[in-house]
Write a protein that binds this ligand. Structure first.
Ligand code: UDP
Length: 362
């Protein structure tokens, strides 16, 4: 008999498991994958830690979250400075003075702002979708070269049908600063992410390859469910939309393949969105070979593919609200994390949310 059954061994589930066990509860964690760590899972191949489900760069301004995670792992000083490759032309990200200089030859913030203002005159009124939001922030040229096709490829939707909030994730700066994030703390766990989950789940019963909906489970008092919420309710209000990706990991016998951890391909014709060269997440990695991942956004199918990102447009958010109300009516089950709350959470936000839940629960 367990006090808690926790469905999902990603950050939300593993944090709950760890903190509840510390508080004296008996916990069973199950996951339908063959490993712990959810999408943060990393695998060491040829002395390189590979981010199996795409690049995960830890960043937060929340000191409590930073201190909490530093109990389990130390971080290196990696700062994310991805580059955009538009038909062989290289641009700095996020959008900043380096980007504007390369694109327009401008050198001062004033010139860059003037250019953006001119290029956003085509808009009338407040931005209502990603396309309008992007043009209003950085102008038409940046939109056409660095945003439009990348976004359409990544979400498999035209940017005019996507929520404007997505593009606000990226800073726009009028300084020469290529740091992709504004947060106070940033880095990659030295030795990869998986060890964090090993530590969180140490001494806790974990069953992998275990399906909550199909497998026979021992008795438990309460459930913490971190899977997709529409699946839990057998899609009774209709399917929620997710974005999903295929990751092709390839070993290449060269010491340095692309000179950057992340390269975004922002043109229309390149099928993949980005290539990740994992060794660059660890600056002191001097291996002879390298591992590179190609990311191909693929069509989501609830029966065949895994959900990665929620598509938070109005229609999906409305549908989610129905599931949320249904979940509020259930006793003894809590829904948390990116898939169960249908929120485009980053790691630090998941950690914060799980720790807040645990405070109330204990
Ligand atoms: N984006 C873009 N061009 C880029 C990088 C990002 O247009 O070179 C847009 C795209 O719409 C993407 C959004 O910015 O979905 C958020 O990017 P982020 O890097 O936060 O996406 P994630 O790392 O979560 O995949």
């Amino acid at each position: 008999m367990y006090d808690y059954l926790i469905v999902g061994a990603g950050f939300y589930g593993s944090i709950c498991a760890h903190e509840l066990t510390k508080a004296g509860k008996k916990v069973l964690v199950i996951d339908n994958r063959s490993h712990i760590g959810g999408n943060c899972y990393t695998e060491n191949r040829d002395e390189i830690n590979i981010h199996i489900y795409g690049p995960h760069i830890f960043h937060t301004s929340n000191e409590d979250v930073w201190n909490w995670i530093n109990q389990f792992v130390k971080f290196n000083n990696y700062i994310n400075t991805p580059v955009a490759n538009y038909k062989g032309e290289i641009y700095s990200l996020p959008f900043n003075m380096w980007t504007f200089n390369k694109l327009w030859g401008v050198t001062t913030p004033e010139e860059a702002k003037k250019k953006i203002k001119e290029q956003s005159l085509i808009l009338t009124g407040e931005p209502t979708n990603l396309e309008e939001q992007a043009i209003s922030l950085v102008g038409l040229d940046v939109y056409e070269k660095l945003i439009k096709h990348y976004t359409a490829k990544q979400w498999r939707k035209d940017p005019e049908f996507l929520p404007k909030e997505i593009i606000k994730r990226l800073p726009v700066r009028f300084t020469y600063d290529n740091n992709y994030f504004n947060d106070r703390y940033q880095g990659i766990p030295i030795g990869g992410y998986t060890q964090i989950f090993e530590k969180l789940l140490e001494g806790i019963d974990v069953r992998l390859n275990c399906d909550y909906f199909k497998d026979t489970l021992p008795e438990f008092d309460k459930v913490i469910y971190t899977g997709s919420i529409d699946k839990f309710f057998d899609y009774k209000f209709g399917e929620l939309e997710y974005k999903t990706t295929r990751f092709d990991h390839v070993k290449i016998n060269t010491e340095n393949y692309q000179g950057s951890a992340i390269m975004n391909y922002t043109d229309k014709d390149t099928e993949y969105t980005r290539t990740i060269e994992h060794k660059h997440f660890e600056k002191d990695n001097k291996t002879d070979s390298t591992w590179v991942t190609w990311e191909y956004p693929t069509e989501y199918n609830s029966q065949k593919t895994e959900p990665y990102y929620p598509v938070n447009d109005d229609e999906n958010n409305k549908k989610y609200q129905k599931y949320k109300l249904a979940s509020d009516d259930l006793k003894g089950i809590h829904f948390g994390g990116r898939l169960a709350e249908y929120k485009y959470y980053d790691m630090h936000q998941v950690i914060e949310s799980a720790l807040n839940f645990i405070k109330k629960e204990i």
